[in-house]
Write a protein that binds this ligand. Structure first.
Ligand code: FAD
Length: 396
């Protein structure tokens, strides 16, 4: 067992932290207010290799390990506290990896260099207006028609709909296949027969969330991910990867909240002494630190498992990976939310202001409590299934 980061990992972590401090922090308010990540920030991310990190160098990526990507996700979550840049980062990383591993050679050559350069957006579209948790019962259909698929249906609450329209790009999209099973297809947003809608969110404003409607939208067969009717497993693999990076971003945000809180309770005085001298507050800090530290290592272990097995296409440890990923995705957003909330309270009235800025994190992290990348109860169902056996899953 080796807990020390390698020299390469340490150097990249430091570079990502500098990027967070010098580029993301100064822009986070603007990202939240303008509802988009400025092009110069995306360009700087691309330059550092932060877009779709696990994609192999042959397609413009850096072929990063899940551990290295996890370390970078922590820093992006710490840098842009609104979580918008973290969402952009992790979507490209998670779904870029899936396209690189399961896409056709033609699609990879066409799409991935643009994604890694920040010239195209790549996201995931599984959720529908009728629900996102019960994926096996989704309604969008893909019908094979020669060398294309015709897509009919509707997706909802999909991240990056506006970005894919503006920059170019699209979403890996799960649909019921003709003759059973699921097809997983890269669907360019600028396709005839696709209309989009933007939803108004309460947080992580710098990346859009919206709906997509497909009226026999024609998708070339070269955009098939994995094989026909067997797309569900590719989507689940992508969720394992993306959920690990979501959790890492939550760790980074939680650490930033604690750093902000520590600086404040050292200085702010009440009843003649710094707030940090009151045990009620000091012990809260200690408890939060312990939880954040635990979830950080839980997260790094999940990334390590992805490197050992999932990213190599080795499904032999699937249960161990599923347990680790679901456990960290269940815990990290809750710990981060609690850390931000508690630190806000240490600030008293100032914590409630935009100037202190803790509300940015609170609004962003909340997206992971309500459902983004899978609701908390869905993580609990996965954990229950792995601990007790499939026969204990509370639905068919
Ligand atoms: C900001 C944001 C961005 C998102 N981005 C994307 C995206 O890019 N692509 C995409 O496809 N989706 C995206 N989603 C949607 C997300 O995947 C869904 O919110 C999630 O899957 C839950 O689906 P739902 O919201 O329809 O809730 P539902 O499935 O209707 O569930 C509602 C609630 O009930 C709980 N629940 C459901 N089933 C059970 C059960 N069996 N037992 C106990 N509790 C249960 C859920 O955990 C949830 O809390 C995004 C969501 C948000 C908030």
């Amino acid at each position: 067992m080796e807990f020390r980061l390698s020299d390469e990992e340490r150097a990249f972590q430091e570079a990502a932290r500098r990027f967070g401090d010098r580029v993301l922090r100064p822009h986070e308010r603007q990202i939240d207010a303008d509802g988009r990540i400025p092009p110069e920030v995306l360009a700087a991310m691309a330059e550092l290799g932060l877009l779709a990190m696990p994609v192999p160098e042959a397609y413009g990526g850096m072929g990063a390990s899940a551990v290295l990507t996890e370390l970078a996700a922590e820093e992006v979550g710490r840098g842009d506290f609104s979580m918008a840049t973290a969402v952009f980062f992790l979507l490209e990383a998670g779904w870029g990896h899936i396209l690189a591993r399961h896409g056709t050679e033609e699609a990879k050559q066409e799409l991935l260099p643009a994604v890694t350069a920040g010239r195209a957006f790549l996201g995931i579209a599984t959720t529908e207006p009728t629900g996102g948790s019960d994926l096996a019962n989704l309604r969008t259909t893909a019908r094979r028609d020669g060398d294309r698929f015709l897509l009919r249906g509707e997706k909802a609450f999909v991240s990056g709909v506006e970005e894919a329209k503006r920059l170019g790009g699209g979403h890996l999209t799960l649909a019921k296949a003709d003759g059973g099973g699921f097809d997983f297809l890269y669907v360019p947003t600028r396709t005839d027969g696709i209309t989009t809608q933007r939803f108004e969110n309460m947080g992580r404003m710098g990346i859009s969330t919206g709906g997509l409607s497909y009226a026999d939208a024609a998708v070339p067969a070269k955009y098939l991910i994995g094989s026909e009717r067997r797309g569900f497993d590719c989507a689940m693999e992508g969720f394992s990867v993306a959920r690990t990076f979501v959790s890492a971003a939550c760790v980074g945000a939680a650490e930033r909240a604690l750093e902000t809180g520590i600086a404040y309770i050292r200085e702010r005085r009440a009843f003649g002494q710094p707030l940090g001298k009151f045990e009620a507050i000091q012990f809260e800090l200690v408890d939060l630190y312990t939880q954040v530290e635990a979830v950080k290592w839980q997260c790094r272990r999940a990334a390590w498992l992805l490197d050992e097995y999932t990213l190599k296409g080795d499904a032999t440890h699937r249960s161990e990976v599923d347990l680790a990923v679901a456990a960290v995705k269940l815990t990290a957003p809750q710990v981060a939310f609690e850390a931000v909330k508690r630190v806000m309270m240490w600030f008293g009235a100032a914590g409630y202001t935009k100037e202190v800025g803790l509300e940015l994190g609170l609004r962003g992290i909340m997206s992971y409590l309500v459902g983004a990348e899978g609701g908390l109860n869905i993580m609990r169902i996965i954990l229950g299934r792995e601990l007790l056996g499939k026969e204990f899953v509370p639905y068919k």
